[in-house]
Write a protein that binds this ligand. Structure first.
Ligand code: ASN
Length: 326
């Protein structure tokens, strides 16, 4: 909307009080408030998200983690708080946090218009839940928020020229292997076992009018913390939600591996240095209940609800790969 060049993106801070940006930020305030209302009604407890720690989520595709010097020891800035929210499940049966994350994405992600290097997710976790329970929760949460935004900000959505419908439930559910077949029919070949590339995700998103799930990714495509199917070895009990109309990935989550030996095994297989995860493994050894959870990106949800071309309009001070900005 406001950008015809990267130079304009560099000067984005000077555009912060444009009516278009104000309108988006008002809607965003309501999105976050309504997610909190929804989760409170569901019995969730809000916890404070960690920002730094000895390790962070390694399952961030081609992005790089950020290290800082913490009194002479290497610490990481959170790429996601997955390891922490899983551990909080022994304290509260349902937890969530508005969690800030940093991921140094490759510079070509500027072209996807949906990647930020600093972003926030609503990260949540539920004790003794299955991935299908979480799929159900994600659908209800998304429909609730969209309904509320339509009620409270219909005027602003019209000003954005955004036609937004509350999606019909249940959303379509594909298994990963089915999605590979669909992509093949469009001439996109994805090797079984690898992540679906960004352009593949965008294509899938563009051919849908409603949000849809991709479930059961292969173990080689994801982080060590997802639970493997007992009856389908090599396949995870996990999922992504994709927005329609080309907006792409919305949610990522699944059931957790919570058994100490199996986690160590998976870490070794995925090339992690087990010694780095001391605190996490200590807690697992003491016994952690089974759980499932997901994260939903706040800026991406704002982009989808407002129908924005670029994710960087969905945050007051955007950080985009390779761009120096406040
Ligand atoms: N949010 C994801 C989860 O809950 C983790 C992530 O952000 N990579 O499983």
């Amino acid at each position: 909307m406001l950008y015809d060049s990267i130079d304009m993106l560099r000067k984005r801070h000077l555009l912060i009080n444009k009516p278009e940006i104000i309108r988006i930020l008002k809607i965003q305030d309501e999105i976050v408030s309504q997610i909190r209302v929804f989760l409170k009604k569901e019995g969730f407890v809000e916890i404070l998200a960690p920002i730094i720690g000895p390790v962070t989520d390694p399952g961030i595709r081609d992005a790089k983690q950020v290290s800082i010097n913490y009194y002479g020891t290497e610490f990481k800035v959170m790429s996601s708080m997955i390891l922490y929210k899983q551990m909080m499940i022994n304290v509260f049966p349902k937890v969530f946090a508005l969690s800030p994350n940093v991921r140094l994405e490759p510079t070509e992600t500027i072209k996807t218009r949906r990647h930020l290097t600093e972003f926030r997710q609503i990260d949540l976790e539920v004790v003794n839940a299955t991935y299908k329970d979480l799929i159900d929760l994600g659908e209800r949460m998304l429909c609730y928020v969209i309904r509320k935004i339509k009620q409270k900000h219909g005027k602003e959505l019209r000003e954005e020229r955004r036609q937004l419908e509350v999606p019909r439930r249940p959303f379509k559910r594909y298994e990963y292997r089915e999605v590979l077949e669909i992509l093949k029919n469009f001439g996109v070949n994805v090797e079984y076992g690898s992540e679906i590339p960004w352009d593949g995700e965008e294509l899938l998103s563009k051919i849908h009018r409603e949000p849809f799930w991709i479930m059961e990714f292969p173990v080689t495509a994801r982080g060590f913390y997802y639970l493997e199917h007992e009856e389908k070895p090599g396949i995870l009990r996990d999922f992504d939600l994709l927005y329609p109309e080309g907006f792409g990935e919305a949610i990522s989550g699944g059931e957790r591996e919570y058994r100490y030996e199996r986690v160590v095994n998976r870490m070794v297989k995925s090339g992690e240095n087990v010694a780095d995860y001391g605190w996490y493994l200590e807690m697992l050894k003491n016994g952690i209940l089974p759980s499932a959870g997901f994260g939903i990106g706040v800026e991406r949800l704002t982009r989808f609800i407002c129908g924005l071309e670029n994710i960087w309009d969905a945050v007051p001070f955007p950080k985009v790969a390779g761009i120096y900005s406040p």
